[in-house]
Design a protein around this ligand. Sequence first.
Ligand SMILES: C[S@@+](CC[C@H](N)C(=O)[O-])C[C@H]1O[C@@H](n2cnc3c(N)ncnc32)[C@H](O)[C@@H]1O
Length: 305
Amino acid sequence: MNAELPSAEHVPVMLQEALRLLGPQPGEIIADGTLGAGGHAEAVLNVLSDTGRLIGLDRDPEMAERTGERLAKQFGERVKVLCANFSDMDEVFASLSLAGADGILLDLGVASPHLDCAERGFSYRTDGPLDMRMDPDRPTAEEWINRAREEEIADVLYQYGEERRSRRIARAIVRARARGAIRRTVELAEIIRRAMPPGPRKLHPARRSFQAIRIFLNREMEHLDIFLEKLPGLLRPNGRCVIISYHSLEDRRVKNAFRDGAREETYAALTRKPLRPAPEEVRANPRSRSARLRAVRRAGQGEDS
Ligand SMILES: C[S@@+](CC[C@H](N)C(=O)[O-])C[C@H]1O[C@@H](n2cnc3c(N)ncnc32)[C@H](O)[C@@H]1O
């Protein structure tokens, strides 16, 4: 995990829409649960004025350290960055003697510097070790792919990648590893490519499988579920929450939690349907193409059931 992250520019996805719905006001406390390279956080800090504060979390220690240093230089005491999982945001708030936030932002998934850094093993396009860990506290993709049962691999690819060829790919992986351990990203990507029937396709054949393995190994859905469960207690009355997700498994969870909360009058919906990036944004930043943004406002005092 010590690989240098390249200083690639990170373009924050749906920044204007996120800012409008998060609605940070001077003097407020805003939490960014997925700090990444700090693009959204920096824009929020710029509108919070001298009295507002931003709490930034990232589960990746390198990302937290690097972005924390950068933001501290620019904004001083107004920003506090911690290496923590957003599923533990209640504990983070307690450690800072904070009763809640006026706004919380989640921009899910991995950051561009993760994908651009071959050493982190997230990319099927650039050769690197099969790592894919967002934090060091779990097995690597190499450990898992060389030891998991064929059915388990197929289930993970199907469940988290919605990969229709999951069984075929799992069989190819198990056959390939019988000849020697699979250690590199492009090696795995090539095994997957060869397991797919030939024909024209828009996306790389390994895209869904890599996404599935990353989500599974980092327990991304479990952390999102825990966060959504805790969310009402993390927001002050009238506090807003904006979540940007990148695939249907995440978006479905967010949609259901926000819908149930609105029915119980814990929240008021701020988006009736998910917002999508404008075509110009997708053209300028293809990584934004699958983004969906949903937002709610916590019921105010007296509005609560
Ligand atoms: C898409 S990036 C965020 C980019 C950021 N909004 C920006 O403008 O630079 C997602 C970041 O969230 C982090 N992350 C993902 N899941 C997390 C979790 N459960 N808890 C804390 N951080 C998480 C990743 O390590 C990554 O750095």
